[in-house]
Ligand binder design. Structure first.
Ligand SMILES: N[C@@H](CCC(=O)N[C@@H](CS)C(=O)NCC(=O)O)C(=O)O
Length: 215
């Protein structure tokens, strides 16, 4: 099979989600590291006209949008299967993927994690108003994810699915923010899920520190 190449900045949650897919499948891949300020550089816009990451190259086939990448990986490397066969479980997986893309990214990763943990590392200005304004919406996300998870081990039921990979890549950061740690403490099932995810070899292989070494 042709080599998988993932273009992106080590440490980006979306990039990590794609890498988690490759790791869970046991696929060989290479990270083509991007400069953190390079997403709008002409060479990257040629790969991704919206200037985002990750971008996956698989032979001559180029794909962006993390959901599409994960679903593609699940088709071209069928085992282990990461999409449930049960229709209700698949619907729940799709819902959690959508929540991650639409709400976790916009209400947690971007205004809270980026502002509190990432921007200071790169000497970027921190928007404290944006941070504070996001906290109530972040609480809605965490509460709702806890409710949807219920007493299941994984977001779509008994088995890990693409939803867990997408979500864990984002939520792995949040214990680093005091306000988010307090939110998680109100949802012990979600905290236990995050611990379960963090214990997976795929998560250990894709920490920002590990990826920095590999990029
Ligand atoms: N819908 C896109 C979102 C990807 C995304 O927003 N990635 C962030 C990194 S986590 C990014 O590219 N940020 C760079 C920028 O906005 O310039 C996907 O699913 O891949």
């Amino acid at each position: 099979m042709a080599e998988f190449i993932v273009h992106g900045v080590p440490g980006s949650p979306y990039v990590r989600a794609a890498l988690l897919g490759l790791e869970e499948k046991g696929a060989d891949y290479r990270i083509a590291g991007l400069d953190p300020r390079g997403s709008k550089a002409p060479e990257h816009l040629a790969r991704h006209p919206f200037g985002r990451m990750p971008v996956l190259d698989h032979g001559d086939f180029r794909l962006y949008e993390t959901q599409a990448i994960l679903r593609y990986l699940d088709r071209v490397i069928p085992e282990p299967r990461l999409t449930p066969t049960d229709v209700l479980a698949e619907a729940r997986m799709n819902q959690v993927i959508g929540i991650t893309d639409a709400y976790v990214m916009h209400d947690i990763s971007s205004p809270i994690v980026f502002q509190r943990l990432i921007a200071p590392q790169f000497g970027m200005p921190v928007d404290e108003d944006r941070f504070a304004a996001a906290l109530p919406k972040a609480t809605v996300c965490i509460d709702e994810l806890g409710r949807l998870l219920g007493d299941q081990p994984y977001m779509a039921g008994e088995a890990i699915s693409l939803a867990d990979l997408m979500l864990a890549a984002h939520l792995a950061f949040i214990p680093g923010v005091d306000e988010c740690r307090a939110m998680l403490a109100t949802q012990p099932n979600l905290q236990a899920w995050l611990d379960r995810m963090n214990a997976r070899p795929s998560m250990a292989a894709t920490t920002p520190e590990k990826l920095m070494q590999a990029a």
